[in-house]
Design a protein around this ligand. Structure first.
Ligand code: ADP
Ligand code: MG
Length: 255
């Protein structure tokens, strides 16, 4: 795919933030009302992520990692606080605008792949383009290109159950890439994969970063986080540390 961010350019009409911040959050909170109880999943997150950064998010189970990813990915809205994506204040957008940003600016990769079981790899990757209103010929051309980018050009007609776990995750990555989004968000993308396959998937993300993508990845594996440029650790819905990078030689202890 291209080394620039063509295709996602329209949201950049707004003045870019200082230092090319792609994502800025200020005092971001998310509270869930559960009957009489309030679950404070996020408690004031201040974050800045620049274009073409590769950031890992770590933290114990329940610390708010997925909640933060869902907010960054516009899958959910915060209880309070600000979120600026590409110079646009996301908290001010209505549902249609949010849906558009989600489709055009964000590529999401999940632990469980989330592919349509009866659809071929090609069709799975075409889906975001259908929502974006792209015509059928162009859709197939772009979906095939994204699959080739993740080295699955020879598996386009396979359904998920005719693919290995690593291949399924690569289809999901191709689907995340196909709209040429501003950011790729991956929530424990190697959580269901063996270590050899995980390494292969990590290589795909590193290649994407090298070709200009911004990547944010949740992981609880130290060895995976160590490959990012920067690691953010969440504890109890707050950032407890920002590390420039982890030393890579320590091994792959689980968090
Ligand atoms: P992590 O991904 O770090 O394991 P989550 O962001 O999934 O953590 O969850 C943070 C906290 O918010 C947890 O206590 C969880 O139970 C709670 N939580 C997450 N989603 C919801 C929801 N939809 N409704 C109520 N509570 C939730
Ligand atoms: Mg989670």
């Amino acid at each position: 795919m291209s080394t620039t961010t063509t295709g996602s350019g329209d949201a950049q009409g707004a003045t870019p933030m200082s230092g090319e911040a792609m994502i800025t959050t200020r005092g971001l909170t998310k509270h869930y009302e559960m009957g009489a109880e309030t679950v404070k999943a996020l408690n004031g997150v201040d974050l800045e992520i620049r274009r073409n950064e590769y950031v890992a998010i770590m933290g114990p189970s329940g610390s708010g990692k997925s909640t933060l990813m869902n907010l960054i990915g516009c899958l959910d809205t915060p209880t309070s606080g600000e979120y600026i994506l590409n110079g646009q204040a996301v908290q001010d957008l209505d549902d249609d605008e949010l849906a558009r940003i989600r489709n055009r600016e964000i590529g999401f990769v999940f632990q469980t792949f989330n592919l349509l079981p009866r659809a071929t790899a090609l069709h799975n990757v075409e889906l975001p383009l259908i929502y974006a209103g792209v015509g059928s010929k162009e859709r197939q051309r772009r979906a095939a290109g994204a699959l080739e980018q993740v080295a699955l050009g020879d598996r386009m007609d396979h359904k998920p159950n005719e693919l290995s776990g690593g291949q399924r995750q690569r289809v999901a990555i191709a689907r995340a890439l196909v709209n040429d989004p501003s950011i790729i968000l991956a929530d424990e993308p190697t959580g269901n994969l063996d270590s050899h396959t995980s390494a292969e998937i990590m290589q795909v993300f590193e290649d994407l970063r090298r070709s200009g993508q911004t990547v944010i990845m949740v992981t609880h594996e130290y060895g995976i986080a160590a490959r990012a440029q920067r690691v953010i650790t969440l504890v109890d819905g707050k950032i407890s540390s920002h590390d420039a990078a982890l030393p890579t030689e320590v091994g792959s202890h689980a968090f």
